[in-house]
Ligand binder design. Structure first.
Ligand SMILES: [Zn+2]
Length: 401
C-alpha cells in the first residue's frame, strides 16, 4: 500500500526539504509511528510503520538524491554530516498541520550507507488521560484502585511498542495535582509534563537508572516513575523505595501481569520484599482495529475460538457482534485501521502476597488473580472481538492462547 507516490515526487524534481515535508505530512496523516530510510544496493528504501507494520513506500535510486534527503534530515536533527561510520542521534520539533511533532532521529552505519529511523511523537496523541486508554469500566476501576495507593510498586509490562509509556504518562498525569512531588527517570523523556520533575538516563556518560535513583530519593519525591527496571540495582532500589512510603511506577519485561513477580525474583529481589512492595501489575498489548469502512458482520459459528466463556463478561446492553474487515481503499485492503489496547490488571491482595512470599510459580499467582476477578489479556481480546472492535485472528496473533 503506497501512501505517498514517491516516484512522482522524485520525477517532479522536488528538493530534499520538499520530499521530506511530504514524507512527514504523509506519516502524520496516517498515524505512522516511524519513518524508515535504509540504504540498500539499489538505492534508499523508504518505508513507514503504520499500526505496527512496516509499509514500503518506494526507493530513491540516485545516490545523490538519497544523500541530499538524508543530509537534510541530519541538518534538522543537528547531526554531523561528515560522520557516516558511527551511530548518530538527534531530535527535531516540526509543525505539521497545526500540531507539534517531535522527531527522534537515529542513524546506524550499514553496508551500503546508513539506516535512518525517525520516530514521530505526536504530543497531542500520546499524552492521554487514563480514561482514554481504552479500558473497560471494570479494569479502569481496578487501575484507579492502584493509583489511589499511598505507597507501593505498580508495574506495567508488555512488548516494545505496546503503549507502556503512554499508560505510565496517563497514570502520572492523573496524580499530578500539585499536592505531591513526582520525579521520573526516563530513557528518553518523550513528553514534557508540566509540574513533573523529569530526568533522563545517559548511558554514554555512565548515568543509568541505578545511578539516578539514590539522588531522586534524596529529592523528597512522593511518586517516582522509572522508565524500565532491568537490572538488580534498579529493582532493589525501586522495591526499597516502594516499601518506604513512595508510590513507584515502572515498566518491566514479563509475559503477563503475574509474571512480573518472576522477573523481580530473577533480579534477586527477596520474595518477602516483593510481597510487601507490590500493589499491582498491568500487562498490555495492542491489536489492530477492524476497519470501520469495510467491516461486515460474520456469524458466531465462524469464530475460530469458542466464545461461551466471554458471554458472562458482557455488560448490560452489550450485544455480541463478530465482524471482519473485507478490505477497502481506506484500510489499504488490510481490513484493519488503527489500534486499541488490551489490558490485564492484577491487584495484589493478601492471597497473592502470601503466594509471592512462598515463592510459588507465576501460574499459581495468575490463577489466584483470576479467582479474585482478574480478566486475562486473552479474555479482554476475545471480548473486544466479540464487540466487533477487532477479530479473533488478530487477538490470537498478538496474544497466543
Ligand atoms: Zn477497510
Amino acid at each position: 500500500m503506497q501512501l505517498i507516490d514517491l516516484d512522482a515526487v522524485i520525477a517532479a524534481g522536488q528538493s530534499a526539504p520538499e520530499i521530506w515535508g511530504r514524507l512527514v505530512e504523509t506519516a502524520v496523516r496516517h498515524h505512522a509511528s516511524d519513518i524508515h530510510m535504509a540504504f540498500q544496493a539499489d538505492g534508499l528504501h523508504i518505508a513507514l510503520r503504520v499500526d505496527g507494520r512496516l509499509v514500503e513506500q518506494g526507493v530513491i535510486p540516485s545516490a545523490d538524491d538519497a544523500w541530499r534527503l538524508l543530509n537534510h534530515v541530519k541538518v534538522l536533527g543537528d547531526i554531523d554530516l561528515g560522520e557516516r561510520r558511527r551511530p548518530q542521534a538527534g531530535r527535531a520539533l516540526v509543525d505539521v498541520e497545526d500540531r507539534q511533532v517531535d522527531l527522534r532521529i537515529s542513524l546506524l552505519p550499514t553496508l551500503h550507507g546508513q539506516d535512518c529511523v525517525v520516530r514521530l511523537l505526536d504530543r497531542r496523541v500520546s499524552l492521554m488521560s487514563v480514561e482514554q486508554l481504552g479500558m473497560r469500566r471494570r479494569e479502569l476501576n481496578r487501575l484507579f484502585g492502584l493509583l489511589a495507593s499511598p505507597a507501593g510498586l505498580v508495574v506495567v509490562t508488555g512488548p516494545t511498542g505496546a503503549g507502556k509509556t503512554t499508560t505510565l504518562y496517563a497514570a502520572i498525569s492523573r496524580l499530578n495535582d500539585g499536592s505531591r512531588k513526582i520525579i521520573t527517570i526516563e530513557n528518553p523523556i518523550e513528553y514534557d509534563i508540566p509540574g513533573v520533575v523529569q530526568s533522563q538516563v545517559n548511558y554514554r556518560i555512565g548515568v543509568d537508572y541505578a545511578t539516578l535513583l539514590p539522588t531522586v530519593l534524596q529529592h523528597d519525591p512522593d511518586i517516582i516513575m522509572i522508565g524500565e527496571i532491568r537490572d538488580r540495582e534498579t529493582a532493589t532500589a525501586a522495591v526499597r523505595a516502594a516499601v518506604t512510603g513512595h508510590l513507584v511506577f515502572a515498566t518491566m519485561h514479563a509475559l503477563g501481569a503475574a509474571a512480573t513477580i518472576q522477573t523481580l525474583l530473577s533480579l534477586d529481589v527477596p520474595p518477602h520484599f516483593i510481597a510487601r512492595a507490590l500493589r499491582g501489575a498491568v500487562a498490555q498489548n495492542l491489536v489492530r482495529r477492524v476497519c470501520p469502512a469495510c467491516a461486515e458482520p460474520i456469524p458466531e459459528t465462524e469464530s475460530v475460538l469458542p466464545l461461551d466463556d466471554i458471554r458472562p463478561l458482557l455488560e448490560p446492553g452489550q450485544t455480541p457482534r463478530l465482524v471482519v474487515g473485507r478490505g477497502c481503499a481506506e484500510c489499504f485492503h488490510s481490513g484493519y485501521r488503527g489500534r486499541m489496547g488490551l489490558f490485564e490488571i492484577m491487584a495484589a491482595d493478601d492471597t497473592i502476597r502470601r503466594l509471592i512470599d512462598e515463592r510459588r510459580p507465576a501460574a499459581d499467582i495468575h490463577r489466584a488473580a483470576v479467582e479474585a476477578g482478574m480478566i486475562t489479556i486473552q479474555q479482554t481480546g476475545k471480548l473486544a472481538a466479540f464487540l466487533g472492535h477487532t477479530t479473533i485472528e488478530e487477538v490470537l496473533r498478538v496474544v497466543p492462547s
